[in-house]
Design a protein around this ligand. Structure first.
Ligand SMILES: NC(=O)c1ccc[n+]([C@@H]2O[C@H](COP(=O)([O-])OP(=O)(O)OC[C@H]3O[C@@H](n4cnc5c(N)ncnc54)[C@H](OP(=O)(O)O)[C@@H]3O)[C@@H](O)[C@H]2O)c1
Length: 247
């Protein structure tokens, strides 16, 4: 296999750090595009110089916002800056990570993901989009974002969580291949309830926590509850279970 120069946008994040680690482990020349590495993807600072000689960009950058407007602003700016800089640098392949069911639940954060996918399809860089389900680590991300004192508020949500490292492995394999368009969705091995995952996680933390499951109102909440975010019959499934993660 040829070694590639791969730029990982968001390479310090939950999935990004695994993409970087696994790609380096396969002898690729990997660089990280994040603010902490001097590249701001929202305003484009530092991007043109960074992409010189890059073969493939893997975009796993993200924002913490739950506002649809902010999410659209973030993902359209990041994608526009990346695609323009990729065009100028002669990058051959843009690989992006999206989320299972986004186009059926285009609200809140997901509105930005739909806009991101559309911008990639409309762009001139050959592309691959992988949609994955929520990561095992999403339970921790939720606790960080929804804890009010001792109270942890969890949306009522059906999911089929996947290990971030399993997603990263697939992204590296896709980066090594040729542009493939939208590839089959990737989920974990079985369905779980988000509240159970969060309860399992908070049991490992210090202090007392009360985990409360709430039905989120509106269409977004309905999509979380009704299985829209669970992949269909033609999806691929990684083998690591949420229980495996706990050892
Ligand atoms: N979390 C999930 O369960 C899940 C499931 C399926 C798909 N996804 C998708 O996977 C991708 C990654 O999600 P994640 O949860 O791994 O993200 P994350 O942990 O929140 O990491 C976000 C990354 O983006 C970088 N970043 C943020 N703003 C930036 C900016 N202005 N310029 C440059 N870099 C910036 C951050 O680095 P700095 O802060 O240093 O800039 C960090 O490396 C997203 O597209 C998400 O939609 C996530």
């Amino acid at each position: 296999m040829n070694t590639l120069k791969i730029a990982v946008a968001g390479g310090t994040g939950v999935v990004g750090k695994h993409v970087v680690d696994l790609a380096r482990g396969r002898d690729h020349d990997v660089l990280v595009l994040t603010r902490s590495n001097g590249v701001d993807l929202v305003d484009g600072t530092g991007l043109d110089d960074a992409l010189a000689g890059v073969d493939v960009v893997v975009d796993v950058a993200s924002t913490r916002t739950m506002s649809a407007k902010e999410s659209v602003r973030f993902f359209t700016s990041v994608t526009a800056h990346l695609l323009r800089a990729e065009h100028n640098a002669g990058v051959r392949h843009h690989v992006a990570l999206s989320i299972v069911g986004v186009d059926e639940a285009p609200y809140s954060y997901y509105a930005g993901k739909v806009a991101q996918e559309q911008a990639i399809r409309d762009g001139d860089i050959p592309w691959t989009i992988l949609r994955a389900t929520q990561f095992h680590e999403f339970a921790e991300q939720l606790v960080e974002r929804t804890t009010l004192g001792p109270l942890v508020v969890v949306p009522r949500m059906r999911c089929m969580p996947v290990a971030a490292r399993d997603v990263a492995r697939t992204l590296v394999e896709l980066a090594e291949g040729t542009p493939a368009g939208k590839v089959p969705d990737l989920g974990g091995p079985r369905e779980e309830r988000m509240v159970d995952m969060v309860r399992t996680h908070v049991a490992t933390l210090h202090g007392r926590h009360w985990v409360v499951e709430v039905p989120v109102p509106g269409a977004y909440g309905r999509a979380m509850r009704d299985g829209t975010l669970v992949p269909g019959a033609d999806a691929d499934h990684a083998s690591t279970t949420f229980a495996d993660r706990l050892g």
